[in-house]
Design a protein around this ligand. Sequence first.
Ligand code: NAD
Length: 479
Amino acid sequence: MIQQDIKHFQMVDTPLEDIPKIHKTLRETFTSHKTLPIPYRQHLLLQLARMLQENHKAFSSAIHADLGKPPFEVYIGEINPMIDRAIISARRVPEWARERSYEGHADLPEPQKAWKPKVVPTPKGAVLVISPWNYPLILSIQATIGAIAAGCTVCLKLSEVTSNYAGCLQQLLPKYLDQDVIRVVCGGVPEVTKVLELKWDHIFYTGNGTIARIIAAAAAKHLTPLTLELGGKSPVIVDPKCDLELAAKRTLWGKVTNCGQICVSPDYVLISPSALPRYIDGLKKAYEEMYPADQGAALGSDSYAHIINLQHFNRIKGLLEKTKGKVLMGGRMDEERLKIEPTVILVKEGDVLLESETFGPILTIVELEEEGFIRKACDWVSERDHPLVLYLFSTDEQIQDEVRRHTTTGGLVFNDTFMQLDVKVLPFGGVGESGYGRQILENTFECFSYERSTVDIPAAAEEKIILRYPPYTDHSFKV
Ligand code: NAD
């Protein structure tokens, strides 16, 4: 069944010569105003939801083929939230797109109150979305929902790394949505380079910081506004007074989901010596519960994804070979199936595991002194690149406040990992090295719109503005 779907949905690279034509079509559609009417935007959003609902098995099996991701994880983590958000966006777009009148606003001088001051959320135009492989569906569809809701036309450049998903969307999208409004581009560096030569009205990129610099340079050539959703090393701080067993279980869950290949995956843990033994026991206990030894543990489990490809497998294997840390849990690998066990390693400052985002199932532990632990942990985080998210396990509000004040991170989550992504009314995004711009529902709509201010100054205002006309006289100052 899975094989049948995969065969059916082979990704086809977009011919390079087609890319400028796609760009031209999307521009022409935008300038024709086809995407402006709200009911049409709602229709597109509902069609998107319909496509996901009617083909959820095909999408799950494609992503399973790409990442070994359990179909249940794909459904609850990617497909279901996107159906939900497309439907919510269809319902809310009339409100998001509504013009806001400032007529009679209390802060305005009396005459200006009648100038019909208002702000009209306006679509930016033909936009480009570039998405990565690790959550291929959510990271391509979420931005697309916002762009459609805003009234833009969309070029969607999918990651070539998840080619089964890309092939699936490439074939299904035209069956549900107008090709003049939304187009998929598939392929690797030559295709994306060609796409980036063209002038877009917004670029929304999700991926790593190195490529982000290429995207930002291409955008700068046309002064194109940009959203960058990047990654980094998201830390966990463990207050020694918290429920250590629960903290360990929740951290491990964050680490094993999608085999650690998530931008908000807990990357390393800062902990004090008094808390370390019980925390490690908690990790081992949770691991045994999630992946029982008599059922093959993680390497033999269907509830555990694999590393995306051999290149990334070798990158993580290389880190494990180079680290000088002590393995406290896991460490086994199965190269043939690209699987690496959830692996916990205690390291010292300067270790290779602390250099860049591990983006795999490695949980690095760093011990900091007991005395002044929380402040030392905050300093540790502050001295490094700003992470996408910081996790703090502590129910002490003073400690929560201290950590909030002494760190700069895209998000801050207390007492769990990742659940911020589920709270769909909150904006999501990074700061500094982890990116800029915000997404999810109205926030994504705002990425692809701009606030157009308008005023309409009546002839009757002439009497009130007469003084602005030269020649200026002493009388001008007296009024
Ligand atoms: P990737 O390799 O799929 O690359 C992302 C996109 O960049 C792809 O569409 C690819 O075609 C394109 N690309 C590749 N080479 C390019 C080049 N030379 N020029 C222009 N474009 C090019 O994915 P990735 O970057 O490995 O994704 C993982 C990274 O993304 C991690 O760092 C992760 O933390 C981050 N991420 C961030 C978020 C977020 O929302 N903040 C979400 C998911 C992933």
